[in-house]
Ligand binder design. Structure first.
Ligand SMILES: [Zn+2]
Length: 209
């Protein structure tokens, strides 16, 4: 069974949060050139020649990460009720309040019910929701809600630990600050043993990284 990644997005309750499907890189490069001028730079000096084009190309790549459009599920009826945790995933996103990078360490968990999900898909789905102007809290919810659709049941948990450069290199400048968000659904909300197993594995992985 395959589940399109994109198709469930309008159901995520993210009305008003649109995602660019492609950008005019020539126009963006021109705007970067204008920005450099406004910042007091000379876009014609040696070090900056090509910078606007590189920045525009980066934006285009960032907003269009590509990758899998489908999530593959495999029938494994014997694996029901096993806790599956996929951790150690790291994605880069951009804080929408400051347009500065945030690195998100992602751990997901689910309980299979007749099918297991191809493990690499978790990383690709995380990249999909990271490739935009974001906030960590929304990213966490979007990932959990999308995985619910992929797996076809509510037994999903997502934990994210974020390093936000808007907090590290500006503002309070706290380089060691990390923001943790957890979104638990289904049995991860109602079963304290399952919830504790998930959080224990997650925090151990984070402590080791
Ligand atoms: Zn920020």
């Amino acid at each position: 069974m395959t589940t399109p990644i994109i198709s469930s997005e309008p159901e995520l309750g993210t009305a008003g949060i649109s995602r660019p499907t492609g950008i005019d890189t020539v126009r963006v490069a021109d705007l970067i050139t204008q920005l450099l001028v406004e910042l007091g730079e000379d876009p014609g000096r040696t070090g900056l020649i090509g910078t606007p084009d590189r920045v525009a190309a980066w934006w285009n790549a960032f907003l269009s990460p590509g990758g899998a459009a489908t999530a593959t599920c495999f029938t494994e009826s014997h694996l029901n009720d096993q806790l599956v945790i996929v951790g150690g995933m790291s994605v880069w996103s951009l804080c929408e309040h400051h347009m500065l990078p945030m690195n998100l360490q992602v751990t997901t968990a689910y309980v299979p019910n007749g099918e297991v999900v191809g493990l690499s898909k978790f990383g690709r789905i995380a990249q999909h929701f990271a490739a935009r102007l974001q906030v960590q809290e929304r990213f966490t919810r979007q990932l959990a809600e999308h995985l619910t659709g992929v797996i076809g049941r509510e037994d999903i948990a997502v934990a994210v630990r974020g390093l936000h450069l808007c907090m590290s290199m500006r503002g309070v400048r706290m380089e060691d600050a990390r923001t943790t968000t957890v979104h638990a659904r289904g049995r991860f909300r109602t079963d304290p043993v399952l919830s504790q197993q998930f959080l224990t594995v997650t925090t151990r992985q984070w402590a080791a990284s």
